[in-house]
Structures are given as C-alpha cells and as structure tokens.
Write a protein that binds this ligand. Structure first.
Ligand code: ADE
Length: 231
C-alpha cells in the first residue's frame, strides 16, 4: 500500500518511518511512503504558498494553486489515489475508518498549515476529510501520521502477529482489558491470580469483566453503545 504525504514540512514526518514496525514494513515492501511539497509547485514569483484570508480573520491560508497543481499531478499518474485532508473541521477519525481505508491501494494525506487551506481546494479534491480530535494542532502533519499509522497496521502483513489485531480496543465496542507480564509479583503487587491458572474460558470471562469496568469508567459513551449493541 502506498501513502503520499502532501506537506510543506516533510522533515516533520520522515523520521517516524525510519524505525519501528512501519519502518520494517517499508523495508519488506508492504508499505511505501513518499512526499510532495506544494512549495515546489508554486507559480508565485516569491515562492509563496500562503496569503491573508479574504474578508478578514487572523492569519494566513494556504492558497489554491500550489495544492491544486500538486494533487492534479499526483492524480495524473495515480488515478486510484484516495485523497484525504486533515483539518479540525471534519468528522472524527475512528478505528472503523482505519480498517476500511486499509483496503485502498494509494492514500494521499494532505496537511494544512497556517490557519488552514482555501476551502475551494478541499471541495475540488477531497475524497474524505478527517479530524483526529477536538483540539487544534499547529498543522495537519501529526494528524496525517496518526491516520497513516492506524491504517497501516490493518494492512495485511504489516503487524507480525495478525492475532494482535483481533482483540484490541475498539475492535469490540469496549476498551481493552488490562494486560500483565513478568514478574507475577512486583513490589508486593500481584497479577490477578486467575490469570496464572491457565483456565482460558475463566480468563476470557475475567478479561471481559475488566474491559467492561474500564470502559464504564473511562468511556461511558462507548459503554452505553456496547450494551445497546448487544441487546
Ligand atoms: N489540523 C489541526 N488540528 C487538527 C485536528 N484536530 N485534526 C486534524 N487535522 C488538524
């Protein structure tokens, strides 16, 4: 699967893919990553890619021409490219989106900077628009990395152990149960003894109970949804 990051600051993103599971997936050619910088497409004689907002308002916006030309050039060589803009003015990205988008062959993630992007570019080019949460970042780069990471780990072969996808938080509408590793007692604090006895159906029941408790405490909205969906 291919990801293209459209950003004025590729250096903010590059490092993330040099190590880690995603780095290995790139080496194994399960994923490929490339960058397009709209500044390289600007026709402005001073190389500008931003301008003040029309009608007032603080700050600068990314102008249409450099971004439009960047995306048109990309689409000319990759007609299946699925173009996603990252902005706080959008629906929230979820695990279901990550799973659905993992089936695409080429995803283009467009990051805004300054106060955002001229709306006409989004209208003309976006297949989808996502926010990663109800807060404002200084640019879309972090958000585009969040999407790339969450989508990639649902691509066949990216995670070593495909089972680790099955039982994670949000696969069921519950948060994941707590997990433990060695030692079984740490500073007088012991792992729940049922976990050590090897009775898998008991452990599953126990984990479900713990998952329900965590969800009810941290995410009452998900808890309510889980109970309703099960009826
Ligand atoms: N750009 C700035 N804030 C953002 C957010 N919360 N989600 C996606 N893109 C953004």
């Amino acid at each position: 699967m291919r990801f293209t990051f459209v950003t004025l600051f590729p250096q903010l993103i590059e490092g993330y893919f040099s190590a880690s599971i995603l780095g290995r997936a790139i080496e194994e050619e399960k994923l490929s990553i490339d960058f397009r910088n709209p500044r390289e497409y600007t026709k402005d004689k001073f190389n500008r890619v931003d301008a003040p907002m029309i009608g007032g308002g603080a700050g600068m916006l990314m102008t249409p021409q450099p971004l439009m030309d960047t995306l048109d050039t990309l689409k000319a060589t990759s007609p299946d490219a699925h173009i996603i803009f990252l902005t706080p003015v959008a629906k929230r990205f979820t695990q279901n989106d990550a799973k659905r988008l993992a089936k695409k062959s080429h995803i283009v993630l467009v990051s805004g900077r300054y106060e955002g992007i001229d709306e006409r570019v989004i209208e003309a080019q976006a297949d989808e628009v996502f926010s990663i949460g109800d807060y404002i970042l200084t640019g879309g780069e972090l958000a585009s990395m969040v999407l790339c990471d969450a989508i990639s780990r649902n691509v066949e072969g990216v995670l070593g152990n495909s089972e680790s996808l099955q039982v994670e938080s949000f696969e069921a509408p519950l948060l994941e149960a707590p997990s433990f590793t060695k030692p079984t007692v740490y500073e007088e604090n012991a792992v729940v003894s049922e976990f050590l006895k090897g009775n898998h159906s008991k452990i599953t029941d126990l984990k479900r109970g713990l998952a329900l408790c965590k969800t009810k405490y941290f995410r009452p909205d998900l808890y309510k949804k889980g109970i309703t969906d099960e009826k």
